[in-house]
Design a protein around this ligand. Structure first.
Ligand code: XIL
Length: 580
């Protein structure tokens, strides 16, 4: 039977850890076999015989292993060896916290709400959590701060403080970062939840960053499900000589995307900047080659046809026209930027033509799904004149029958300026106009330098606010950050304003964790946060199936029917499920 739902993500994510990680597994049970036994001790350090800790199949996901602990007349703590390179005394010097996941079965809930005990040092030197696991029948992650022990033993003993109880434990590791994040565990990544929700969570990349095994490459494919070339598909890269196309950079991005099951968006077909020198000067109205209007239209058409056809079927969204609006708009009508050769030689119709050619080229190549966007910056809150200008132009295009699907808000912004309720107001306007509105180049800078509160709290609130939008507006399926880390930003002050989701050494920032948590909240609300294997989650009973727009596809069907559905989101027996 085909594996239902999210199983393939799990397989995708179980690749090896890499050397630069500051996260060290004590025990994952991936080198264990069913039936392996671990020693158990009481709090005084005496070995117990009426308790057991045996490797078994994970009760929630039977294809992997975990440890099943049963206690008797005393609470029992399981002994684990510290990993080879960690002597007892280095634990506290190097690691601040310990992370693990517990599962309390519904058949014996004695272990609920008991302290988590970690014994690092001499007997009874413990680290206790105020509360441990508060819900049965699912894996609950817990992170404990390490400390207190004066003399450290070579082993670490761990358990829930319960007699006559039962629980499972897995994924036990030491952490050194400030933040409990480990990209080897897919459930800690935003991608995991974005995939389930059918949303695009993207990052701009350069081909040189796309190494499967580097920290950078792994951070990209494990955390994001979409990429866009930071420069790879701009006109100076794709048509460096007239009618001499070069797709090598974009193709490199596509092949990485294919390998890691990611989507790609295209940026950009027509922009006043980064144009090849055979056309003229970037950021300028000058026409040094003396092109006639007809000649420049032909150049634009040839470019759009060449690029869109090459990538047809492989790219899900194109920024057809980028940054065509002037700064400082009144909000009445719209004013186009003047330092653009397209505008100065062709006039406004370069915009209409670009969209029509992009659509025709895609359609001719059989790609009827690619979405076409008008992209710009400083078009966030509805109170901004330029936001209204973008709206006015997009509506004008749509009303003229130009095939535009929506607008892209670049979202190059600052924590102190980005106004979430103002953006929401804009989304309502675009929604009412029947236009998509997506977030295409997000970076959210702090003050210079960023403050601790911004770094720990408010930056995450702004990022999570955008996640809220993409999760709750159907017109907003995409959010893309403009750079993988604070060390890879185009912004000149990025080292101190720290606008992105990862630190320069690729640690997850609190803002990233805020993004993960927000996606997770929606995924769980939608009921798609669970991973099922071949088991039908609704047993043998017959269910009704709806598509995501609420149309009934089938009544009273069973698992075999669901199994043969095309990939996508469905509502099956009242739950939102992703069939893969
Ligand atoms: C930037 C890139 O990040 C830089 O590497 C490049 O030197 C200049 O362009 N708006 C856009 C993007 O639409 O294409 C720009 O990207 C950032 C602003």
């Amino acid at each position: 039977m085909r594996k239902l739902l999210l199983l393939s993500f799990v397989i995708l994510f179980t690749l090896a850890a890499i050397a630069k990680d500051k996260i060290v597994y004590i025990e994952k049970f991936d080198n264990s076999s069913v039936g392996d036994v671990f020693k158990v001790f009481d709090i005084e350090g005496d070995e117990l015989t009426d308790a057991s800790a045996v490797v078994e199949a994970d009760p929630a996901s039977p294809s992997s292993l975990c440890l099943h602990v049963k206690t008797g007349s005393k609470a029992a703590f399981v002994e684990f060896q510290n990993p080879g390179n960690i002597s007892g005394s280095t634990v506290l010097k190097t690691y601040e916290r310990i992370y693990m996941q517990f599962y309390v079965p519904e058949s014996n809930t004695a272990a609920l709400n008991r302290n988590v005990v970690v014994i690092l040092g001499a007997n009874s030197q413990t680290v206790n959590a105020a509360s441990g696991v508060n819900e049965a029948g699912k894996w609950i992650p817990t992170t404990q701060t390490l400390g207190k022990a004066s003399s450290i033993r070579k082993t670490v003993r761990i358990g829930l403080n319960v007699k006559e109880g039962e629980y499972y434990v897995k994924l036990i590791r030491y952490l050194t970062t400030d933040f409990g994040y480990d990209y080897n565990d897919p459930t800690q990544t935003a991608r995991y939840y974005a995939d389930q929700l059918g949303l695009n969570f993207g990052v701009c990349v350069s081909p040189g960053q796309l190494n499967d095994n580097s920290r950078m490459g792994q951070t990209i494919w494990r955390n994001f499900n979409m990429m866009v070339g930071e420069n790879a598909m701009k006109m100076d890269a794709t048509e460096p000589n007239q009618n001499g196309f070069n797709f090598s950079q974009g193709d490199a991005i596509l092949s990485f995307a294919e390998k890691h099951d990611m989507k790609v968006r295209g940026h950009t077909l027509c922009w006043h900047s980064q144009i090849p020198s055979w056309i003229g000067n970037s950021n300028s109205a000058d026409n040094p080659k003396g092109w006639t209007k007809k000649q420049l239209l032909d150049i634009l058409k040839n470019h759009i046809y060449g690029v869109v056809k090459h990538y047809a079927g492989k790219i899900v969204e194109w920024d057809v026209v980028n940054e065509c609006l002037a700064d400082g708009q009144s909000g009445n009508g719209y004013v186009l930027r003047s330092n653009s050769i397209w505008r100065s030689v062709i006039g406004e119709e370069f915009i209409d033509s670009a969209f029509v050619w992009a659509r025709r080229a895609a359609d001719e190549a059989g790609d009827y799904d690619v979405k076409l966007y008008l992209n710009d910056y400083s078009v966030d809150a509805w109170s901004g004149g330029k936001t209204k200008a973008l709206y006015n132009l997009a509506v004008r295009l749509k009303n003229s029958g130009v095939p535009i699907d929506g607008v892209g808000m670049q979202t190059h912004t600052q924590i102190n300026n980005y106004n979430l309720s103002g953006v929401k107001e804009s989304l309502e306007k675009f929604k009412a106009a029947g236009l998509n509105c997506i977030f295409t180049e997000i970076d959210i800078e702090g003050s210079n330098p960023i403050s601790t509160t911004q770094l720990k709290t408010t930056q995450g609130e702004k990022y999570a606010g955008i996640v809220d939008f993409v999760c709750s507006y159907e017109i907003s399926p995409t959010m893309v950050v403009w750079g993988i880390s604070d060390g890879n930003s185009w912004l000149s002050n990025a080292a101190t304003t720290k606008p992105l989701l990862f630190t320069a050494d690729m640690e997850a920032k609190p803002a990233y964790l805020a993004v993960v948590n927000k996606f997770k909240e929606y995924a769980e609300k939608a009921g798609v946060g669970q991973v099922y294997s071949d088991e039908s989650p609704w047993g043998e009973s017959a269910v009704d199936v709806y598509n995501i727009t609420g149309q009934k596809i089938a009544s009273g069907v069973t698992i075999d029917f669901i199994d043969n559905l095309p990939e996508g989101l469905y509502i099956v027996g009242g739950r939102k499920l992703y069939v893969k």
